[in-house]
Design a binder for this molecule. Sequence first.
Ligand code: SF4
Length: 307
Amino acid sequence: MSELGLHDELAAIVGDLRTWIAVQQGDCARVPRGPAPELRSDPAGTEGGAEHTPPVESSSLVSAEVRPEVPEAVEAKPAAPTPEPEEFPPVPETRTPSAAPASSSPADRLLAVLDDIGDCTRCKLHEQRTHVVFGSGSPEADIVFVGEGPGYNEDQQGEPFVGKAGELLTAIIENVIRLSRSEVYICNVVKCRPPNNRDPEPDEVATCSPFLWEQLGALQPKVVVGLGRFAVQTLLETDSSIGRLRGRVHPFRGIAFVPTYHPAYLLRNPSDKRKVLEDMKLVRMEYERATGRALPEPLTRKEASSR
Ligand code: SF4
């Protein structure tokens, strides 16, 4: 996708979300504190596979702002009660936990995990990596985005979610959720790039995922967003497809877990952007409910375009 095309696409995405929220909530400036609506999940099943819901073009969503009507893809249902918070799982006995005690600050706990990883050779993914991609963002983040693993650009730069997919994720965070990228935290299930961008293998996930648990234990986020099939299935410990899992909030260690499509998938399948917008609305609602802080309205398409 060209720079101009990506820019237009991002503008369309944020414009659509604003319109959709306006349609759902009238002119209400804030998201209500009531139960989270459960959105109809895609019955088709697979990320990138056939979809039963026909794609909705941006133009039709924009026209809904003038002629408000409830999009047929949305069905409000009462949400399941949120379970009591609990600590993330302890580090497995097969590995020595990172040095910082739980009473340390999130920043110190993250540094201890980073120090523990070091120049890691614990699994075979170290053989072809350029950099360990630990994660980036605020140690005080309330929202954590978790992807599958580093790709080529991430491996080269040592940062998660850079390149086109990273730009799209940043735009969604800044223009739709309305936090800066530096206010959230972004990381992956495995910290080294799988060759040829293949899925991480079970032994690699088993070896590396304790670092993710330690990161989440340090951060204690209010909302975790799973990006893409692999991360979602790994974190929720399920074989269900992303199409069946997304569109609703899942309880996850006492906090909200929102599955959604990976931004790289969205770049290849822009017709699914509406589903990602629905998921981001859930992220906003859960963030506001958990923190008591109101987020600014998503940018309009015009506002996003002028950035
Ligand atoms: Fe170590 Fe994780 Fe990299 Fe494997 S993927 S070498 S466990 S940091």
